[in-house]
Design a protein around this ligand. Structure first.
Ligand SMILES: [Zn+2]
Length: 191
């Protein structure tokens, strides 16, 4: 067994079916030859423990009092990160077009929080969480994600750490080389 904190490699992700090769319609509307199925990682607790430990490395020793993540996968990451840090987890659920703490698990005013998510692509879920936190007057210590798939670096105004950076390569439908080759298009994911 590998020690916690060693992270994860591309080879491991491919072997477990987390990285799929083909012709995929992304939620952005763009097409890609690679799809990342995050639940292959989120469904393996021992592996998730290791990848979260790697994600937390830059935040060790920082005064973090809670971890907040958005549904669905982000709450699993928030739970595991909170467990490792010995603090409380907060779950930002969807409420219409926004995010809300819907089960009375609300951070205290001034609390120092780490914001986490599973995969960073456009950054919209993290921005929704940051907007939610503004109304609770907490302090955001930083942002942690398991896999950073953003095509261009995203600036949130807080330190950002990823266990693995795996930039997505995608195309607008009318410039997609896979469409030109006539490869059938598959739709994956929900967002
Ligand atoms: Zn295409």
């Amino acid at each position: 067994m590998r020690p916690v904190g060693e992270g994860i490699t591309l080879e491991e992700l491919t072997q477990m079916g987390a990285i799929l090769h083909g012709h995929f319609l992304l939620t952005s509307g763009r097409h890609s030859a690679v799809y990342f199925e995050k639940f292959r990682l989120l469904e393996r607790p021992a592996l998730l423990e290791r990848v979260v430990a790697t994600m937390l490395t830059p935040f060790r020793g920082k005064p973090i009092e809670g971890v907040v993540g958005p549904t669905l996968g982000g709450i699993l990451v928030a739970y595991e990160a909170a467990r490792q840090l010995g603090v409380q987890a907060f779950y930002a659920e969807r409420e219409g077009a926004e995010r809300a703490f819907r089960r009375n698990g609300i951070p205290e005013r001034g609390m120092r929080l780490l914001v986490v998510d599973d995969v960073l692509t456009t950054g919209s879920s993290i921005r929704e969480v940051l907007t939610l936190l503004q109304s609770y007057a907490v302090q955001v210590v930083g942002i942690g994600v398991l896999i950073d798939r953003s095509e261009q670096p995203i600036e949130f105004g807080y330190p950002l750490a990823a266990a693995l950076r795996l930039p997505a390569e995608s195309y607008p439908p009318d410039e997609c080389p896979l469409c030109l080759q006539g490869i059938p298009l598959l739709k994956r994911g929900s967002r």
